[in-house]
Design a binder for this molecule. Structure first.
Ligand SMILES: [Zn+2]
Length: 204
């Protein structure tokens, strides 16, 4: 560990704050604030959090079908017979799956890639769950694979790679539309978004 995060504190507190500082979005300063908030609110925060962490560590699993996280394997979405098994929505990470579920607009199943292809970061196809996707796409029950990947260079590179890999399967491959967000004023949008929206226009 490079340098003490907290002077004048015991090793337990130092370790707590060092671990907190590894969380996304938390640097050393916000980790100290979070650690202090936890220690000061023992009953309301520290103990319930310790219990929740213990339960999550013990019970949460990666779904062997789709790569999502749940306490059951297969996960609740893969096991739900009410969902449309002919649609597979490919997402980068579980956070994107949760966002899709919050929107409530998709009732098919998912496939979590676990990242994106990136020449810059040296992420190749072997680092992603691509094999499982092509295998699932060859299931005759599957009709369409929707690539719900970010509108970034890596996202689009990955989408084109997957479209190529899925060419051998008898499925339609689609991507999410890009364009004007709900409630979006044209004045506030960047040029790329407006250009995409014009290209993706539809009959009124
Ligand atoms: Zn699953």
């Amino acid at each position: 560990m490079a340098g003490l995060l907290v002077a004048a504190a015991g090793p337990e507190i130092e370790r707590l704050i060092a671990l907190l500082s590894k969380l996304p979005g938390l640097g050393p300063r916000s980790a100290r604030r979070a650690g202090l908030a936890l220690l000061k609110r023992r009953e309301q925060l520290l103990l319930p959090l310790a219990q929740a962490l213990g339960e999550a560590a013990e019970r949460v699993r990666v779904c062997q079908v789709c790569g999502s996280l749940d306490t059951t394997d297969p996960c609740a979405i893969c096991a739900d017979r009410e969902r449309d098994g002919s649609l597979i929505c490919v997402v980068e990470e579980v956070g994107a799956l949760w966002a899709m579920e919050r929107a409530g607009a998709f009732r098919g199943r998912y496939h979590v890639l676990g990242g994106l292809l990136s020449a810059l970061d040296g992420v190749g196809p072997d680092a992603l769950k691509v094999g499982g996707l092509t295998e699932r796409a060859h299931d005759p029950a599957v009709r369409e694979v929707i690539l719900a990947l970010p509108a970034t260079v890596d996202g689009q590179t990955t989408a084109h790679y997957l479209a190529d890999r899925l060419a051998g399967a008898e499925v339609a491959v689609s991507m999410l539309a890009r364009g004007v967000p709900v409630g979006g004023e044209l004045d506030w949008l960047d040029d790329g978004t407006i250009a995409q929206a014009v290209r993706a226009r539809r009959p009124a």
